[in-house]
Design a protein around this ligand. Structure first.
Ligand SMILES: [Zn+2]
Ligand SMILES: [Zn+2]
Length: 373
């Protein structure tokens, strides 16, 4: 049997190719993929903006079913939210396999994103058997050390495509809650104003997550009107369009909305270096700026150290998510279905890749994804 996969063979080169269907080894498993999200980091890999091993199969935000596995797979593949691996189980994957031995794995095992030897589809590549390590394919091969998350029963397949980006958002909110907890008590009553720069997939899910966590006031900032309208449906109380305002006007609007105090939290999720300085200028004293938007090196940002010092500002970098358990948490949050998540999604067939990836014809979808079957 042959497996169809979208392989990236070089910078800006994608090819729909057929691979032989692999038989999982004793310690491995094979999943049949139904849906697979298109993430900004996939595009960065295709464009050669981050280190990848060509050729590789992009895609890591999958909804899949267990197809087959080797006789010892249970010992080598960890299943979260289920007692054992079973054929037909509906799952997603943690796309990172950690080494378990480096300084970070030893000292911070619940922060898997810090492992310095972690393996992903883009680091293995697809030149050697069993080839299929990425999500834009009909099947994905799971090596020993992989972790899969069994999906909660009432979570619709399509909405499950949002688990991975949602995990990035809720991980950050959780971190904020812990810090906040020490200062102000109840983590679920965030009596603060949260400002979110950039409402793409991660920023929009930040709006959703902070809304569900009880944030008092959420202000979404973007350049695209339609995204800002959607942000209101996900819990934003106010929106500001960057195209109609300058930095001073935005700072003024936010000060006015916060009785001149400023925001408690700023999420920088648009990846524009200048926004960091703008963000810290509108924080209240002891406010926190989370930097999550710079997955690529976009150069330096000028900041005013006096503002940091006088206002005791905290700037925290936040990258991806810490664990498969946090993915389960995001899955459960999605299962509750309290927000119109389906409005974020648009699905395309694998053979539409040219228009979707290169011509960017994604119909302004917050999360475009491939519907494999
Ligand atoms: Zn992603
Ligand atoms: Zn490690």
């Amino acid at each position: 049997m042959e497996v169809l996969a979208l392989e990236c063979t070089g910078i800006n080169q994608l090819e729909l190719k057929k691979f032989e269907k692999p038989e999982p080894k004793n310690d491995s498993a094979l999943l049949k993929i139904k849906l697979s999200g298109i993430c900004g980091t996939d595009i960065h890999g295709i464009e050669g903006k981050r280190s990848v091993k060509f050729p590789f199969i992009p895609g890591h935000e999958i909804v899949a079913f267990v197809d087959s596995f080797g006789k010892d797979a249970d010992k080598f593949i960890k299943i979260i939210n289920g007692p054992e691996i079973k054929i037909g189980d509906r799952v997603t994957i943690n796309p990172r396999i950690v080494c378990g031995r480096c300084y970070y794995c030893t000292n911070f095992p619940m922060n898997q994103e810090m492992c310095i030897n972690s393996i992903t589809a883009t680091s293995i590549g697809s030149s050697n058997y069993p080839y299929l390590f990425g999500g834009w394919a009909e099947y994905i091969y799971l090596l020993p050390g992989s972790e899969i998350i069994k999906l909660p029963e009432n979570l619709p397949d399509k909405n499950a495509t949002l688990i991975e980006p949602y995990t990035c958002a809720v991980g950050c909110i959780d971190r904020y809650s812990h810090i906040h907890n020490r200062i102000a008590g109840d983590a679920f009553e965030i009596n603060d104003t949260v400002v979110i720069y950039g409402v793409g997939a991660i920023g929009m899910l930040m709006v959703a997550g902070f809304y569900l966590a009880g944030a008092k006031n959420i202000i979404a900032i973007d350049t695209i009107k339609e995204k800002l309208v959607l942000a209101k449906e996900f819990g934003a109380n106010h929106t500001i369009n960057v195209s109609d305002t300058n930095a001073n006007e935005r700072i003024k609007i936010i000060k006015e909305l916060t009785e001149n105090l400023g925001a408690g939290v700023v999420i920088e999720s648009c990846g524009i270096p200048e926004m960091i300085n703008e963000g810290i200028s509108l924080l209240k004293r002891r406010g926190i700026l989370f930097e999550i938007g710079h997955l690529l090196d976009a150069g330096q940002s000028r900041i005013n150290p006096y503002v940091l010092c006088r206002n005791e500002i905290q700037i925290l970098g936040h990258y991806a998510y810490p664990s498969s358990q946090s993915m389960l948490f995001a899955a459960k949050l999605l299962e509750r279905g309290e927000l119109p998540y389906e409005k974020l999604l648009k699905f395309f067939r694998l053979d539409q890749y040219k228009e979707v990836i290169f011509d960017k014809k994604t119909e302004n979808a917050i999360k475009p994804a491939f519907l494999i079957y």
